[in-house]
Design a protein around this ligand. Structure first.
Ligand SMILES: Cc1cc2nc3c(=O)[nH]c(=O)nc-3n(C[C@H](O)[C@H](O)[C@H](O)COP(=O)(O)OP(=O)(O)OC[C@H]3O[C@@H](n4cnc5c(N)ncnc54)[C@H](O)[C@@H]3O)c2cc1C
Length: 380
């Protein structure tokens, strides 16, 4: 019996489990390691914060999914990998051995060692911790203890989350008055998106009186102040009552110094089979890994597309197959981004195209619900 260990219930592993449920692998003993029973679908997180969705609607329950796949589920976090010994140490003190390992643990926001950020800012990931701090922030705003919220990060996720928080507080009774600021070190918000999308979102932020500080690099964080530097290296203090940190994707720290090949940014370096370039028995998918030579952003749509390829290749590897028996993964050259704006309205970004309207939100909603529907209601 070969031991397959899946670390993390990310977007690709939920598909691996679904595929192993549809066609069991009797030759394998499968173990899933996840800190939480419910794994978040971040595409719906802004909708959860805005109040459009419930927790259950935007989380996949790993327990029935693992049972469907015949997998054992361990609630823990991987803390260290010994690739030579083929062991994984968990934060509950256990050590797992494996024949085949697959890693899909996502990413956390980039902090770059900025002093005070980890202590004072609310990190958007891990999502479970974020949701607890969001609940505490709601209380602070209700009690009148917080009136100013600053989001650090001007990508799609940062903008969506800011607008979602604003929507939430604007629809509370009594209405909560909160000032919002957004800081980005890029010259504009949504620097990765075409001009039309940027213009739509900038207009939206302006109408909603969000203060946008672009071209500012945060260098220090205290409980009620952010210190940022502008292009001329001048310091600018920004006072605030709450800081929400939604910067790009940082690599997992627990994978450093373990003999596994990492790329220049310390993500797992893998080939087109989603297989480590240094260890054939280790596969990886999603934000924590990068396919060597391919250029694509760290975003959930890529992790989702990797799921079926990863499932196929893990099954082939369990059967002792390699090389051409494995499927190759090629990232799509462009991906559709549907960016929500707080209310039930969204902007579509596709290549140079920018479309917007309530119908775009309904389109996004049906895609998101369709995705989540695949991971519910498994036969006992
Ligand atoms: C607010 C927000 C909105 C976003 N919206 C979109 C969007 O609309 N579309 C899009 O494509 N992308 C979106 N993204 C990006 C998206 O979140 C990530 O690219 C995506 O989640 C990556 O998927 P993943 O499968 O790699 O990891 P994740 O979905 O992050 O899953 C990783 C899982 O591994 C678990 N885990 C972490 N560490 C460990 C460990 N040490 N041991 C065991 N388990 C562990 C986590 O608990 C989690 O369940 C958004 C991001 C944010 C912050």
């Amino acid at each position: 019996m070969k031991k397959l260990v899946l670390i993390g219930g990310g977007h690709a592993h939920v598909e691996v489990l679904r595929q192993f449920g549809r066609q069991r692998a009797p030759e394998a003993e499968i173990t899933l390691v996840s800190p939480d029973r419910h794994t978040p679908y971040s595409g719906m997180l802004p909708g959860l914060v805005a109040g459009h969705y419930t927790f259950e609607q935007c989380h996949i329950d790993l327990q029935p999914l693992a049972a469907y796949a015949g997998a054992r589920l361990i609630f823990a976090e991987a803390r260290a990998l010994d690739a030579a010994q083929r062991t994984i140490s968990l934060n509950n003190g256990d050590t797992l051995t494996y024949d085949l390992l697959s890693i899909n643990t996502g990413s956390t926001p980039i902090v770059n060692g900025i002093a005070g950020a980890m202590e004072h800012a609310i990190m958007v990931k891990p999502v479970a911790a974020f949701l607890k701090q969001w609940a505490a922030l709601i209380e602070r705003v209700r009690k009148g203890e917080a009136h100013r919220i600053t989001v650090v990060g001007g990508g799609a996720a940062g903008v969506e989350m800011l607008l979602a928080m604003q929507h939430f507080f604007a629809h509370q009774t009594p209405r909560r008055e909160v000032d919002y600021s957004l800081i980005t070190d890029a010259p504009h918000v949504l620097a990765q998106h075409p001009r039309g999308v940027r213009a739509l979102l900038e207009g939206n932020l302006m109408r909603k009186q969000v203060r946008v500080h672009s071209g500012l690099r945060v260098t220090r964080v205290a409980a009620d102040t952010l210190i940022a530097r502008d292009a001329q290296n001048r310091e600018q203090p920004i006072t605030t009552d709450a800081i929400v940190w939604i910067t790009g994707a940082a690599p997992p720290t627990w994978l450093a110094d373990n003999g596994l090949a990492l790329d220049g940014k310390k993500f797992i370096n893998e080939n087109n089979y989603l297989q480590s370039t240094s260890r054939g028995e280790i596969f990886a998918a999603g934000d924590c890994a990068t396919v060597a030579g391919a250029v694509y952003p760290k975003s959930g749509v890529y992790a989702v597309r990797q799921g079926p390829v990863l499932a196929h290749n893990l099954r082939a590897a369990l059967n002792g197959q390699s090389g051409e028996a494995l499927q190759t993964y090629t990232p799509q050259p462009r991906a559709l981004a549907l960016i929500s704006t707080g209310e039930q309205h969204a902007i579509a970004s596709w290549g140079p195209l920018a479309l917007h309207g309530n119908w775009v939100w309904r389109w996004k909603d049906s895609i998101d619900r369709g995705f989540m529907g695949k991971y519910r209601d498994f036969p006992a």
